[in-house]
Ligand binder design. Structure first.
Ligand code: RP5
Length: 170
């Protein structure tokens, strides 16, 4: 099976609890753009739009979504509740909060009881970027061209470090 460009049918669903999460979750989107992986983006709140969350999770697989990246902050129920309604892998991104700096989000997302897993990433931008890279690795088991793009990304990253060893130089 071939995935040709970002305008194809979405393979990844990026969802988040609030528009305020976009600043963080945009890093997942830009990483998927870089890897030319088609995705969709939606605000789906576990608290404010619970019926929409259920519908999104329950229909994701039938719509062709193969990985869900869910970002949320505070009492971050979205990744776990989404995972409860689908067997599509869910990657959770804890959004950094002002009050507890994202530790609240991290613990809410990571501490799933046995039986319904959420692959939990780091707090904030690093987690959003890595969620996209992990989604690419998951998709890469089925789509060889995605695996090759991911390999190229990693090679470029390595080369960039090795070619710029002096941190004082731009
Ligand atoms: C969570 O509440 C969202 O994921 C967001 O991180 C947090 C705050 O939401 P807003 O009050 O900014 O909409 O549900």
């Amino acid at each position: 099976m071939q995935v040709t460009n970002a305008s194809s049918r979405p393979l990844v669903g990026i969802i988040m609890g609030s528009r305020s999460d976009w600043e963080t979750m945009s890093h997942a989107a830009s990483t998927l753009d870089h890897l030319n992986i088609p995705y969709e983006v939606r605000v789906v709140s576990a608290h404010r739009t619970p019926d929409l969350m259920f519908e999104y999770a329950a229909t994701a697989e039938a719509r062709g979504i193969e990985v869900i990246i869910a970002g949320a902050g505070g009492a971050a129920h979205l990744p776990g509740m989404t995972a409860a309604k689908t067997v599509v892998p869910v990657l959770g991104v804890p959004v950094q909060t002002h009050t507890l700096h994202g530790l609240d989000s991290l613990l809410s997302i990571v501490q799933m009881p046995a039986g319904v897993p959420v692959g939990t990433l780091a707090i904030g931008r690093a987690g959003a970027v890595n969620a996209a890279l992990l989604a690419a690795a998951i998709l890469g088991t089925k789509y060889p061209e995605i695996r090759e793009r991911l390999r190229r990304f990693r090679d470029e990253q390595t080369r960039a470090v090795l070619e710029n060893p002096d941190p004082r130089q731009a």
